[in-house]
Design a protein around this ligand. Structure first.
Ligand SMILES: Cc1cc2nc3c(=O)[nH]c(=O)nc-3n(C[C@H](O)[C@H](O)[C@H](O)COP(=O)(O)O)c2cc1C
Length: 379
């Protein structure tokens, strides 16, 4: 080899080494949760997010969802923030041990600015893709303290909070809002405030706080948010099937969907939406698939220190949603609410679900009471 070609060889090796280093660095950057989120936001497919749901969407539930195809994006249950608060270690675990391989957004609820700023700073020491502020919780004990949905009565205070948080947050900053407290007339003003604070993502649950969880969802307001917001918008509320997902995306032109109760009832929902988007026939679970899902839920909820009856009680919360897709008369739901032992619980589940018939893709129109939404303390 002549001097010239040897020189080229060294040069190439140097470039190759540089490339390798750059590649490793690029890989490192792209594995960062905020880069993962940036990639998602920059993509073209609708973003499918699992909604934050207190006492439901913990690490175990995220992991279970992932096994069924899973969401593209996960929001933690909210961290309560006040002057004496510390980051709830159980919720923090979903971030530090995030089993989904997808970005996780940490949600805060509160109104005390120095505490919100402190919590946002602490959370940024962990692998969070973004910090989210809850502006929608309709639970009286929360909104009466002017937190969550209660803040929607005080747009000036929201403005101050968003300003302080935007300054404190180096990573991405997102908000989850309802349309207003009891009048969606305030929504336009709210959008003006959200637009001023350079949010990276806005999720809109298309109801007022007063409408809680059961009213129709006002998708026209979500469409308005999509029109005026400079950031991407996720549509939230009653997305219960792949065909509903498609119609909500069409009605709102939202960048994606946030799905809560629909995913508890049907963990295949995210994958079914993707399948439908690709023009494929969505997966149709059979009775035994739903039975296996209930068994898996029972396992992840199991704690040896729980009494059997409290464990069964806990399962009933999930059954309020799962039961909406089991049969149309309401008998399953009626009976499952009355069992107290594990044996009775599974005897009833087996009676209705130990079969290979296809399960409905849409829930039946059985009406739940507001108290059945397991939102007595949450949401
Ligand atoms: C049990 C439960 C707990 C909830 N907890 C939260 C929460 O911690 N933070 C939040 O922003 N919303 C919470 N929500 C509201 C959901 O994130 C979502 O906005 C609402 O359920 C509407 O979406 P869906 O129709 O897809 O369920 C909760 C809802 C339920 C049912």
């Amino acid at each position: 080899m002549g001097v010239w070609s040897a020189g080229i060889g060294i040069h190439y090796r140097a470039i190759a080494a540089e490339d390798e280093e750059a590649q490793v660095y690029r890989h490192f950057l792209s594995a960062q949760p905020s880069s993962q989120l940036a990639n998602l936001l920059a993509g073209v497919e609708p973003i499918l997010a699992l909604a934050p749901m207190q006492d439901v969407t913990d690490l175990g539930f995220w992991k279970l969802m992932t096994g069924y195809g899973g969401a593209d994006l996960y929001f933690t249950e909210y961290f309560r923030v006040h002057p004496d608060s510390i980051l709830d270690p159980e919720i923090l675990k979903s971030i530090t041990a995030n089993p989904t391989g997808r970005p996780a957004i940490a949600q805060l609820i509160g109104n005390h600015i120095p505490s919100l700023v402190r919590s946002a700073r602490e959370l940024q020491k962990h692998p969070v893709a973004a910090i989210d502020l809850n502006l929608g919780c309709p639970v009286p004990v929360v909104y009466r303290k002017n937190a969550g949905g209660g803040l929607l009565r005080d747009v000036a205070q929201i403005d101050l909070i968003l300003g302080a948080l935007r300054d404190a947050i180096d990573t991405k900053f997102t908000v989850k809002t309802r349309l207003g407290f009891d009048d969606p007339g305030v929504f336009e003003e709210l959008l003006g405030v959200y637009a001023r604070h350079s949010l990276d993502l806005l999720t809109v649950h298309g109801r007022t706080v007063a409408e809680r969880y059961r009213s129709t969802v006002h998708y026209d307001y979500i469409a308005r948010a999509v029109e005026v917001m400079p950031c991407p918008v996720l549509a939230n509320g009653n997305v219960v099937s792949a065909s509903k997902a498609q119609s909500v995306l069409e009605q709102t032109a939202a960048r994606g969907l946030m799905i809560g109760r629909g995913a508890i009832r049907n963990p295949w929902l995210f994958e079914q939406i993707r399948q439908r988007g690709r023009g494929e026939v969505p997966f149709e679970p059979r009775g035994r698939d739903v039975l296996a899902y209930i068994q898996a839920l029972y396992e992840i909820r199991y704690r040896p220190e729980f009494r059997e009856s409290s464990h069964v009680q806990q399962m009933k919360k999930y059954m309020n949603y799962i039961g909406l897709g089991v049969e149309s008369s309401g008998r399953f739901l009626h009976e499952i609410r009355r069992v107290n032992t594990r044996d009775d619980f599974f005897r009833l589940c087996n009676e209705f679900l130990d079969h290979s018939e296809p399960m409905p893709l849409e829930p039946f129109g059985i009406q739940l009471k507001e108290t059945d939404f397991m939102c007595g303390e949450h949401g």
